[in-house]
Write a protein that binds this ligand. Structure first.
Ligand SMILES: Cc1cc2nc3c(=O)[nH]c(=O)nc-3n(C[C@H](O)[C@H](O)[C@H](O)COP(=O)(O)OP(=O)(O)OC[C@H]3O[C@@H](n4cnc5c(N)ncnc54)[C@H](O)[C@@H]3O)c2cc1C
Length: 313
Protein backbone atom coordinates (compact mmCIF):
# COMPACT_ATOMS: atom_id res chain seq x y z
CA UNK A 1 0.00 0.00 0.00
CA UNK A 2 1.23 3.47 -0.85
CA UNK A 3 1.07 5.12 2.58
CA UNK A 4 2.75 3.37 5.50
CA UNK A 5 -0.32 4.06 7.62
CA UNK A 6 -2.76 2.47 5.17
CA UNK A 7 -3.73 -1.07 6.08
CA UNK A 8 -6.08 -3.73 4.84
CA UNK A 9 -7.13 -4.64 8.36
CA UNK A 10 -6.78 -2.74 11.62
CA UNK A 11 -7.66 -4.48 14.88
CA UNK A 12 -8.42 -2.39 17.95
CA UNK A 13 -7.67 -4.33 21.14
CA UNK A 14 -5.19 -6.99 22.22
CA UNK A 15 -7.23 -9.42 24.31
CA UNK A 16 -8.13 -12.96 23.25
CA UNK A 17 -10.44 -11.64 20.53
CA UNK A 18 -8.01 -9.11 19.05
CA UNK A 19 -4.97 -11.39 19.00
CA UNK A 20 -6.94 -14.32 17.58
CA UNK A 21 -8.30 -12.05 14.85
CA UNK A 22 -4.68 -10.99 14.23
CA UNK A 23 -3.49 -14.60 13.88
CA UNK A 24 -6.21 -15.37 11.33
CA UNK A 25 -5.89 -12.11 9.41
CA UNK A 26 -2.10 -12.42 9.31
CA UNK A 27 -2.28 -16.00 8.05
CA UNK A 28 -4.69 -14.78 5.36
CA UNK A 29 -1.96 -12.38 4.18
CA UNK A 30 -3.82 -9.27 5.30
CA UNK A 31 -0.86 -7.89 7.34
CA UNK A 32 -3.07 -6.66 10.19
CA UNK A 33 -2.13 -3.80 12.46
CA UNK A 34 -3.14 -4.28 16.11
CA UNK A 35 -3.53 -1.45 18.62
CA UNK A 36 -2.88 -2.86 22.09
CA UNK A 37 -4.54 -0.16 24.14
CA UNK A 38 -3.94 0.52 27.81
CA UNK A 39 -4.28 -3.11 28.84
CA UNK A 40 -1.97 -5.14 26.57
CA UNK A 41 -3.24 -8.74 26.63
CA UNK A 42 -6.65 -7.69 27.97
CA UNK A 43 -8.57 -8.86 31.02
CA UNK A 44 -6.76 -12.20 31.37
CA UNK A 45 -3.64 -10.32 32.41
CA UNK A 46 -5.27 -9.43 35.74
CA UNK A 47 -5.95 -13.03 36.72
CA UNK A 48 -3.76 -15.92 37.81
CA UNK A 49 -4.69 -19.52 36.88
CA UNK A 50 -6.79 -20.10 33.77
CA UNK A 51 -8.00 -23.69 33.91
CA UNK A 52 -10.70 -23.71 31.25
CA UNK A 53 -8.78 -22.71 28.13
CA UNK A 54 -8.47 -25.83 25.94
CA UNK A 55 -4.99 -27.18 25.34
CA UNK A 56 -3.57 -26.52 28.80
CA UNK A 57 -4.47 -29.57 30.93
CA UNK A 58 -2.47 -28.26 33.89
CA UNK A 59 -3.87 -24.74 33.51
CA UNK A 60 -1.87 -21.67 32.57
CA UNK A 61 -1.37 -18.24 34.09
CA UNK A 62 -3.50 -15.59 32.36
CA UNK A 63 -0.56 -13.26 31.51
CA UNK A 64 1.46 -16.22 30.16
CA UNK A 65 -1.42 -17.35 27.95
CA UNK A 66 -1.74 -13.87 26.49
CA UNK A 67 2.03 -13.61 25.94
CA UNK A 68 1.86 -16.85 23.94
CA UNK A 69 -1.11 -15.69 21.86
CA UNK A 70 0.72 -12.43 21.13
CA UNK A 71 3.83 -14.35 20.01
CA UNK A 72 1.66 -16.49 17.75
CA UNK A 73 0.23 -13.36 16.09
CA UNK A 74 3.72 -11.87 15.71
CA UNK A 75 5.01 -15.10 14.19
CA UNK A 76 2.78 -14.43 11.18
CA UNK A 77 3.85 -10.77 11.02
CA UNK A 78 0.93 -9.05 12.63
CA UNK A 79 2.20 -5.57 13.53
CA UNK A 80 1.45 -4.61 17.10
CA UNK A 81 1.47 -0.98 18.27
CA UNK A 82 1.37 0.00 21.96
CA UNK A 83 -1.10 2.82 21.56
CA UNK A 84 -4.64 3.57 22.56
CA UNK A 85 -7.02 4.51 19.76
CA UNK A 86 -8.55 7.87 20.59
CA UNK A 87 -10.77 8.56 17.59
CA UNK A 88 -12.37 6.71 14.68
CA UNK A 89 -14.13 7.96 11.57
CA UNK A 90 -16.38 5.23 10.20
CA UNK A 91 -18.37 7.47 7.83
CA UNK A 92 -16.48 6.26 4.75
CA UNK A 93 -13.93 3.69 3.70
CA UNK A 94 -11.04 3.53 4.24
CA UNK A 95 -11.88 4.07 7.89
CA UNK A 96 -9.69 6.53 9.79
CA UNK A 97 -8.24 5.51 13.14
CA UNK A 98 -6.32 7.96 15.29
CA UNK A 99 -3.73 6.82 17.84
CA UNK A 100 -0.99 8.93 19.40
CA UNK A 101 -0.45 11.81 16.99
CA UNK A 102 -0.98 9.73 13.88
CA UNK A 103 -3.84 8.81 11.61
CA UNK A 104 -4.13 5.32 10.16
CA UNK A 105 -6.51 4.03 7.50
CA UNK A 106 -8.13 0.61 7.23
CA UNK A 107 -10.09 -1.09 4.47
CA UNK A 108 -11.68 -3.23 7.18
CA UNK A 109 -11.78 -2.69 10.92
CA UNK A 110 -12.12 -5.23 13.72
CA UNK A 111 -13.23 -3.82 17.06
CA UNK A 112 -12.23 -5.98 20.02
CA UNK A 113 -11.96 -3.43 22.81
CA UNK A 114 -13.49 -5.79 25.39
CA UNK A 115 -15.37 -4.93 28.51
CA UNK A 116 -14.25 -4.09 32.00
CA UNK A 117 -15.66 -5.79 35.05
CA UNK A 118 -16.83 -3.06 37.40
CA UNK A 119 -14.75 -3.38 40.52
CA UNK A 120 -14.86 -2.00 44.04
CA UNK A 121 -11.66 -0.02 43.45
CA UNK A 122 -10.10 -0.66 46.82
CA UNK A 123 -6.42 -1.46 47.29
CA UNK A 124 -6.98 -4.94 48.78
CA UNK A 125 -9.12 -5.94 45.79
CA UNK A 126 -6.29 -5.11 43.41
CA UNK A 127 -3.75 -6.94 45.57
CA UNK A 128 -5.89 -10.07 46.03
CA UNK A 129 -7.43 -10.32 42.54
CA UNK A 130 -6.76 -13.89 41.39
CA UNK A 131 -5.75 -14.80 44.96
CA UNK A 132 -9.13 -15.35 46.54
CA UNK A 133 -10.87 -12.41 44.86
CA UNK A 134 -12.50 -12.89 41.46
CA UNK A 135 -14.80 -11.13 39.03
CA UNK A 136 -15.87 -14.29 37.18
CA UNK A 137 -17.74 -17.20 38.80
CA UNK A 138 -17.63 -19.39 35.67
CA UNK A 139 -13.87 -18.95 35.57
CA UNK A 140 -12.95 -19.33 39.22
CA UNK A 141 -15.83 -21.06 41.09
CA UNK A 142 -13.98 -24.35 40.91
CA UNK A 143 -11.19 -23.00 43.16
CA UNK A 144 -13.64 -22.55 46.04
CA UNK A 145 -14.78 -26.13 46.65
CA UNK A 146 -16.09 -26.55 50.20
CA UNK A 147 -15.32 -22.91 51.11
CA UNK A 148 -17.45 -20.12 52.52
CA UNK A 149 -17.51 -17.21 50.12
CA UNK A 150 -19.17 -13.86 49.58
CA UNK A 151 -20.60 -12.22 46.47
CA UNK A 152 -20.97 -8.44 46.21
CA UNK A 153 -23.87 -7.16 44.13
CA UNK A 154 -27.63 -7.13 43.91
CA UNK A 155 -28.52 -7.57 40.24
CA UNK A 156 -29.33 -10.63 38.15
CA UNK A 157 -25.67 -11.36 37.49
CA UNK A 158 -24.81 -11.36 41.18
CA UNK A 159 -27.62 -13.79 41.93
CA UNK A 160 -26.88 -16.02 38.94
CA UNK A 161 -23.24 -16.16 40.00
CA UNK A 162 -24.28 -16.93 43.59
CA UNK A 163 -26.49 -19.81 42.45
CA UNK A 164 -23.68 -21.15 40.29
CA UNK A 165 -21.17 -20.85 43.14
CA UNK A 166 -23.30 -23.01 45.45
CA UNK A 167 -22.21 -25.95 43.28
CA UNK A 168 -18.76 -25.55 44.83
CA UNK A 169 -18.93 -23.45 47.98
CA UNK A 170 -20.37 -24.68 51.26
CA UNK A 171 -22.00 -21.29 51.82
CA UNK A 172 -22.48 -18.15 49.71
CA UNK A 173 -23.31 -14.81 51.33
CA UNK A 174 -24.61 -12.05 49.07
CA UNK A 175 -23.60 -8.59 50.28
CA UNK A 176 -25.71 -5.75 48.97
CA UNK A 177 -25.60 -1.99 49.52
CA UNK A 178 -29.37 -1.65 49.80
CA UNK A 179 -32.15 -3.50 51.59
CA UNK A 180 -33.69 -4.66 48.31
CA UNK A 181 -32.26 -6.47 45.31
CA UNK A 182 -32.33 -5.06 41.78
CA UNK A 183 -32.53 -8.59 40.30
CA UNK A 184 -35.69 -9.95 38.67
CA UNK A 185 -38.36 -11.33 41.01
CA UNK A 186 -37.94 -14.86 39.70
CA UNK A 187 -34.18 -14.81 40.32
CA UNK A 188 -34.74 -13.38 43.80
CA UNK A 189 -37.18 -16.16 44.66
CA UNK A 190 -34.84 -18.87 43.40
CA UNK A 191 -31.91 -17.48 45.36
CA UNK A 192 -33.84 -16.98 48.58
CA UNK A 193 -35.00 -20.61 48.42
CA UNK A 194 -31.44 -21.91 48.12
CA UNK A 195 -30.38 -23.11 51.59
CA UNK A 196 -26.71 -22.39 50.87
CA UNK A 197 -27.31 -18.67 50.16
CA UNK A 198 -27.55 -15.98 52.86
CA UNK A 199 -27.81 -12.18 52.58
CA UNK A 200 -26.21 -9.23 54.30
CA UNK A 201 -28.12 -6.00 53.56
CA UNK A 202 -27.22 -2.30 53.54
CA UNK A 203 -23.51 -3.07 53.57
CA UNK A 204 -20.42 -2.20 51.58
CA UNK A 205 -17.06 -3.98 51.51
CA UNK A 206 -14.47 -1.60 52.93
CA UNK A 207 -11.55 -3.98 52.87
CA UNK A 208 -10.74 -7.55 51.92
CA UNK A 209 -8.66 -9.22 54.62
CA UNK A 210 -5.92 -11.73 53.84
CA UNK A 211 -2.42 -12.07 52.47
CA UNK A 212 -3.54 -13.82 49.30
CA UNK A 213 -1.23 -16.81 49.63
CA UNK A 214 -2.91 -19.97 48.29
CA UNK A 215 -6.23 -18.21 47.89
CA UNK A 216 -6.14 -17.19 51.52
CA UNK A 217 -8.70 -14.45 51.87
CA UNK A 218 -9.82 -14.70 55.48
CA UNK A 219 -12.62 -12.20 55.63
CA UNK A 220 -14.06 -8.80 54.83
CA UNK A 221 -14.41 -5.55 56.71
CA UNK A 222 -17.98 -4.43 56.10
CA UNK A 223 -19.58 -1.08 56.71
CA UNK A 224 -23.27 -0.89 57.43
CA UNK A 225 -24.40 2.06 55.32
CA UNK A 226 -27.44 2.80 57.50
CA UNK A 227 -25.76 2.74 60.91
CA UNK A 228 -22.17 3.53 59.88
CA UNK A 229 -20.82 0.67 62.01
CA UNK A 230 -18.08 -1.61 60.75
CA UNK A 231 -17.71 -5.33 61.38
CA UNK A 232 -15.60 -8.25 60.24
CA UNK A 233 -17.15 -11.04 58.23
CA UNK A 234 -15.26 -14.33 57.93
CA UNK A 235 -15.08 -15.89 54.44
CA UNK A 236 -12.49 -17.48 52.20
CA UNK A 237 -13.23 -15.79 48.92
CA UNK A 238 -14.99 -12.83 47.34
CA UNK A 239 -16.69 -12.54 43.96
CA UNK A 240 -17.31 -9.02 42.73
CA UNK A 241 -20.48 -9.08 40.62
CA UNK A 242 -21.47 -5.44 40.22
CA UNK A 243 -21.65 -5.45 36.44
CA UNK A 244 -19.52 -4.96 33.35
CA UNK A 245 -18.93 -1.95 31.17
CA UNK A 246 -18.25 -2.46 27.47
CA UNK A 247 -15.39 -0.31 26.15
CA UNK A 248 -17.44 1.43 23.46
CA UNK A 249 -17.15 5.17 24.19
CA UNK A 250 -15.23 5.57 20.92
CA UNK A 251 -18.10 4.14 18.91
CA UNK A 252 -21.05 6.01 20.38
CA UNK A 253 -23.11 7.45 17.53
CA UNK A 254 -20.89 5.61 15.02
CA UNK A 255 -21.92 1.97 15.49
CA UNK A 256 -25.20 0.51 16.63
CA UNK A 257 -24.99 -0.25 20.34
CA UNK A 258 -27.57 -2.02 22.51
CA UNK A 259 -29.06 -0.19 25.53
CA UNK A 260 -26.26 -1.50 27.75
CA UNK A 261 -23.64 -0.11 25.35
CA UNK A 262 -22.50 -3.38 23.73
CA UNK A 263 -21.90 -3.39 19.96
CA UNK A 264 -24.73 -5.09 18.07
CA UNK A 265 -23.46 -7.80 15.69
CA UNK A 266 -25.36 -9.86 13.13
CA UNK A 267 -24.45 -12.73 10.79
CA UNK A 268 -21.25 -13.54 12.67
CA UNK A 269 -19.36 -10.38 13.51
CA UNK A 270 -20.94 -7.79 11.22
CA UNK A 271 -21.84 -4.41 12.71
CA UNK A 272 -24.27 -1.98 11.08
CA UNK A 273 -21.35 -0.39 9.16
CA UNK A 274 -20.19 -2.58 6.25
CA UNK A 275 -16.49 -3.35 6.70
CA UNK A 276 -16.53 -2.91 10.49
CA UNK A 277 -16.59 -6.13 12.51
CA UNK A 278 -16.72 -6.68 16.26
CA UNK A 279 -15.46 -9.57 18.36
CA UNK A 280 -15.17 -10.62 21.98
CA UNK A 281 -16.66 -9.14 25.13
CA UNK A 282 -17.34 -5.78 23.45
CA UNK A 283 -20.28 -7.45 21.67
CA UNK A 284 -21.01 -10.29 24.10
CA UNK A 285 -22.63 -9.63 27.44
CA UNK A 286 -23.68 -13.26 27.85
CA UNK A 287 -20.72 -15.67 27.68
CA UNK A 288 -17.68 -13.45 28.41
CA UNK A 289 -15.06 -16.19 28.26
CA UNK A 290 -11.56 -16.28 26.82
CA UNK A 291 -12.44 -19.10 24.45
CA UNK A 292 -15.64 -17.45 23.18
CA UNK A 293 -13.74 -14.18 22.68
CA UNK A 294 -11.03 -16.05 20.76
CA UNK A 295 -13.68 -17.85 18.69
CA UNK A 296 -15.38 -14.61 17.77
CA UNK A 297 -12.00 -13.05 16.90
CA UNK A 298 -11.55 -15.86 14.39
CA UNK A 299 -15.04 -15.22 13.00
CA UNK A 300 -14.31 -11.49 12.64
CA UNK A 301 -11.06 -12.11 10.74
CA UNK A 302 -12.78 -14.52 8.35
CA UNK A 303 -15.66 -12.07 7.88
CA UNK A 304 -13.18 -9.24 7.19
CA UNK A 305 -11.27 -11.36 4.71
CA UNK A 306 -14.48 -12.26 2.82
CA UNK A 307 -15.62 -8.64 2.88
CA UNK A 308 -12.32 -7.47 1.37
CA UNK A 309 -12.39 -10.24 -1.21
CA UNK A 310 -15.90 -9.20 -2.29
CA UNK A 311 -15.02 -5.48 -2.24
CA UNK A 312 -11.97 -5.92 -4.50
CA UNK A 313 -12.87 -4.99 -8.08
C1 LIG B 1 -10.37 -11.40 36.83
C2 LIG B 1 -10.83 -12.12 35.59
C3 LIG B 1 -10.57 -13.48 35.46
C4 LIG B 1 -11.00 -14.15 34.33
N1 LIG B 1 -10.72 -15.49 34.22
C5 LIG B 1 -11.11 -16.16 33.11
C6 LIG B 1 -10.84 -17.55 32.98
O1 LIG B 1 -10.26 -18.19 33.87
N2 LIG B 1 -11.26 -18.15 31.84
C7 LIG B 1 -11.93 -17.50 30.84
O2 LIG B 1 -12.28 -18.11 29.84
N3 LIG B 1 -12.20 -16.18 30.96
C8 LIG B 1 -11.82 -15.50 32.05
N4 LIG B 1 -12.12 -14.17 32.18
C9 LIG B 1 -12.86 -13.51 31.09
C10 LIG B 1 -11.90 -13.18 29.94
O3 LIG B 1 -10.78 -12.52 30.44
C11 LIG B 1 -12.61 -12.33 28.89
O4 LIG B 1 -13.77 -12.98 28.44
C12 LIG B 1 -11.69 -12.06 27.70
O5 LIG B 1 -10.49 -11.47 28.13
C13 LIG B 1 -12.35 -11.18 26.66
O6 LIG B 1 -11.44 -10.92 25.66
P1 LIG B 1 -11.58 -9.68 24.68
O7 LIG B 1 -10.48 -9.82 23.68
O8 LIG B 1 -12.96 -9.60 24.15
O9 LIG B 1 -11.40 -8.37 25.56
P2 LIG B 1 -10.41 -7.93 26.71
O10 LIG B 1 -9.65 -9.05 27.30
O11 LIG B 1 -11.25 -7.09 27.60
O12 LIG B 1 -9.36 -7.00 25.94
C14 LIG B 1 -9.73 -5.75 25.44
C15 LIG B 1 -8.53 -5.12 24.79
O13 LIG B 1 -8.94 -3.92 24.14
C16 LIG B 1 -7.96 -2.92 24.38
N5 LIG B 1 -8.60 -1.61 24.22
C17 LIG B 1 -9.69 -1.09 24.85
N6 LIG B 1 -9.94 0.16 24.40
C18 LIG B 1 -8.99 0.43 23.47
C19 LIG B 1 -8.68 1.55 22.66
N7 LIG B 1 -9.40 2.68 22.71
N8 LIG B 1 -7.63 1.47 21.82
C20 LIG B 1 -6.88 0.35 21.74
N9 LIG B 1 -7.13 -0.75 22.48
C21 LIG B 1 -8.16 -0.70 23.34
C22 LIG B 1 -7.47 -3.21 25.80
O14 LIG B 1 -6.21 -2.62 26.01
C23 LIG B 1 -7.41 -4.74 25.75
O15 LIG B 1 -6.19 -5.14 25.19
C24 LIG B 1 -11.71 -13.46 33.30
C25 LIG B 1 -11.96 -12.10 33.43
C26 LIG B 1 -11.52 -11.42 34.56
C27 LIG B 1 -11.78 -9.94 34.68
Amino acid sequence: MANKNQHKVIIIGSGCAGYTAAIYAARANLSPLVFEGVQPGGQLTITTEVENYPGFPEGILGPELMERVKKQAERFNAKIISENVTEVDLSKRPFRVKAGNEDYWAEALIVSTGASARLLNIESEKRLMGHGVSACATCDGFFFKGKEIAVVGGGDTALEESMFLTKFASKVTVIHRRDQLRASKIMQEKTKKNPKIAFIWDSAVEEILGDGKNHSVRGLRLKNLKTGTTSEFACQGLFVAIGHKPNTELFQGKLELNPAGYIVTKDGSKTNVPGVFAAGDVQDHVYRQAITAAGSGCIAAIDAERFLEAATP
